[in-house]
Write a protein that binds this ligand. Structure first.
Ligand SMILES: [Zn+2]
Length: 192
């Protein structure tokens, strides 16, 4: 899945979260993109260099031409950041700490869950890494050209707008009491 689609899914989660979580949209967006930081920092620069690119940053085709990447430590760091086991160990203990941590954990796992079906064959994710089990996904959006990627971003953006619209009327209990409090305030002013 491309980064922009992940980001929009995160933004959607942030939008759905209760309003009183500070920076909820930024947290959703940031943590939904975070697992791929290992891709940007390690896998793509190394593979780009391996493939002899002028700018050392790999393209999708370089993965096909250099399957040996799956034995390299950079790829294993990427597998780790996409592991549900890693997520459970790092994020779940923070679950009860705050609602901000909860949102961050949900956004992070949204990335992993979206990537599990969307990497197939030897490039399948290892959901329980470091336990070696490759999940053979159903399709490979990471090999898509600009057209399908643009379509994916467009669909996610439309979904985000739908969520944004729905959230105007679907409120969390905390938001409802805020509204009631605000109304009571207004009534009190009127009465006063
Ligand atoms: Zn990813």
């Amino acid at each position: 899945m491309d980064t922009a689609t992940h980001a929009l899914i995160g933004l959607m989660l942030g939008e759905m979260a209760p309003e009183d979580i500070k920076h909820r949209r930024k947290i959703g967006l940031g943590f939904a993109m975070l697992p791929d930081i290992t891709n940007v920092l390690f896998v793509h620069p190394y593979l780009g260099w391996l493939a002899g690119r002028d700018i050392p940053f790999a393209l999708g085709i370089d993965f096909i031409n250099h399957p040996e990447i799956i034995d390299h430590w950079t790829y294993h760091v990427w597998l780790l950041s996409h592991s549900l086991l890693f997520w459970a160990i790092v994020f779940l203990p923070m679950w009860r700490k705050s609602r901000t941590a909860k949102l961050a954990a949900v956004a992070y796992v949204s990335h992993v869950l979206a990537d599990i079906p969307s990497h197939s064959g030897v490039y399948g994710l290892e959901p329980f890494y470091p336990i070696p089990f490759v999940f053979d996904g159903w399709f490979d959006p990471w090999l898509w050209g600009p057209g399908p990627i643009a379509a994916s971003i467009f669909v996610s953006a439309v979904l985000y707008l739908a969520v944004w619209r729905v959230r105007k009327s679907v409120l969390w209990p905390s938001e409802q009491t805020d509204q009631t409090a605000a109304q009571t305030g207004i009534d009190a002013t009127v009465v006063g």
